[in-house]
Design a protein around this ligand. Structure first.
Ligand SMILES: Nc1ncnc2c1ncn2[C@@H]1O[C@H](COP(=O)(O)OP(=O)(O)O)[C@@H](O)[C@H]1O
Ligand SMILES: [Mg+2]
Length: 323
């Protein structure tokens, strides 16, 4: 899918990120899963290309994996030596770029987090160059791991992604400039869907209906657009009925009517008493009917037809015995 469409509508945020990286800032890209944080980060690093000398890209979501990846890349960039990583003597003195990772992989993997960081952080500190460490993603960071990252912040520039800024590691977020990756605009979603339809030759009964449906249901989340396009790709032809059946959680916004219903209920009930006090018969009767409706609302929901009978009965009974 990515090859078909490519990064669309992210010029500004990529440019913003490039600028911050050039300034030497630590940056955190935020936004829900699938919004395109990783894609923006990738685009910014590609754009910087040769302009930044040392780039370490970490793709693991777990801390251990991230630190193993860091060790591997620091070794290849010769920011750390085999001795510092406590590798077997036969690797000592061999330039990191010439060490075959396969030979040492299991050994590095066996190192504890503490040993790994105790090797990595001093090595980073000793080196003059400040590498850019792009870590995708930092969402599942724990307070213990945060301490390691804070130590790294002094000797490297960290660019990360997080779908949630957990409060327990807030000290880390304080040090990072936040760039929020927002949902794509409806025009961008349209452009993506159109391009997909054109290149894939999908048969659609009403393309306009289909496109506006994807715009609405995806909520501007690229991953949601792709999920829906993938789903459609399985069909031979997409008719209007299929379009109407298309749903995606990303676009569904739940409205909570509870407070409104409660206020309305209170108003209706009070109508009855105001009617009683002022002697306004009409208000009194309407209030009574309203009372019946409000109190029977759950019954409507639960029992449908039977509730209508109860509703009528309650209006009758309220008129006989005011509530
Ligand atoms: N602006 C965009 N245009 C087209 N495809 C995009 C865009 N942003 C993200 N994508 C694609 O959507 C998917 C989800 O994006 P990703 O960067 O992995 O999200 P996140 O890292 O926020 O979870 C990926 O396949 C990515 O290539
Ligand atoms: Mg990501």
């Amino acid at each position: 899918m990515d090859e078909i469409v490519g990064l669309t509508g992210r010029e500004e945020v990529v440019e913003e990120l490039v600028t911050e990286i050039k300034k030497g800032k630590h940056v955190i890209l935020t936004g829900p899963v699938g919004i395109g944080k990783s894609a923006v980060l990738r685009a910014a690093l590609d754009r910087l290309g040769g302009k930044i000398e040392l780039v370490i890209r970490l793709h693991d979501h777990q801390a251990k994996g991230q630190f193993v990846e860091m060790a591997r890349q620091m070794l290849a960039l010769e920011l750390i030596t085999a001795q510092q990583l406590e590798l077997p003597a036969k690797f000592h003195g061999v330039p990191g770029s010439e060490i075959d990772w396969k030979e040492i992989k299991s050994q590095v993997n066996r190192m504890s987090m503490r040993d790994l960081t105790q090797a990595l952080i001093p090595a980073l500190a000793k080196d003059e160059a400040k590498p850019v460490i792009a870590v995708d993603d930092l969402t599942s960071l724990t307070p213990t791991q945060m301490a390691f990252w804070l130590a790294i912040f002094d000797h490297a520039q960290v660019i990360g992604c997080a779908s949630e800024k957990k409060a327990r590691v807030r000290k880390l977020w304080w040090k990072m400039r936040e760039i929020a990756v927002k949902p794509l605009s409806p025009e961008t979603v349209r452009a993506i869907v159109k391009k997909y339809i054109e290149t894939q030759g999908v048969l659609i009964e009403s393309p306009e209906l289909y496109i506006s449906h994807v715009v609405k249901q995806s909520g501007g989340v690229p991953q949601a657009i792709y999920d829906m396009l993938d789903e459609s790709g399985k069909e031979r032809i997409i008719d209007k009925r299929k379009v109407r059946e298309m749903r995606h959680e990303a676009g569904v916004q739940y409205l909570d009517f509870t407070p409104m219903v409660m206020v309305l209920g209170a108003l209706i009930v009070s109508m009855r008493y105001v009617g009683m006090g002022t002697g306004d018969k009409m208000l009194y009767i309407l209030g009574g009917m309203g009372c019946g409706a409000v109190f029977d609302l759950p019954l409507f929901h639960l029992q449908g037809g039977r509730a209508v009978v109860l509703y009528l009965y309650s209006i009758y009974s309220l008129r006989v015995n005011p509530c």
